[in-house]
Design a protein around this ligand. Sequence first.
Ligand SMILES: [Zn+2]
Length: 164
Amino acid sequence: MRLRYYADSDIREHHEHVLQLLRTLHDNHGIVVEIDRIDEQHGPITEFPGEMRASTPEDIYERDLKRNRALNQSIEPTPSEGFKRYGKFDIAGNIALVDDEGTVQWASTLPGYADGYGPGVEDRTAMDFLEDIATPPSNRVCVECLHLLDGDERFCPNCGAELR
Ligand SMILES: [Zn+2]
């Protein structure tokens, strides 16, 4: 499993915060991190400890999100509601959890901390997801193997690691 950032977030502070959290997760837990840069807004990304690729929202939508059954089960909005609102791509700023076969298992649907979100969407934003993982104990994913968790397990159902 690895974490993929669809860069860049519109707001520079969010973008830099996501990069910093990804670096922390890589350094502290050895988590594989990578970037698909689909909307370059904030200049070069330096000292990133993972692969970086330039891509387009169309290609990402087709490859990662559209008709993805795993994703349909793990997030509430459908991929088109979450990432192609009213026919317009809305992917940059989000984070995806990708399994070893390359399938996106979960993705955030809100870029996080932007104004205008009502309460109750924290579990859907990129920033909250990354902060939950970076702040032990993570109840979103197992930090050993990045398996998605329900939040009440004591041991990771995938690798058996103790979760607190
Ligand atoms: Zn695990």
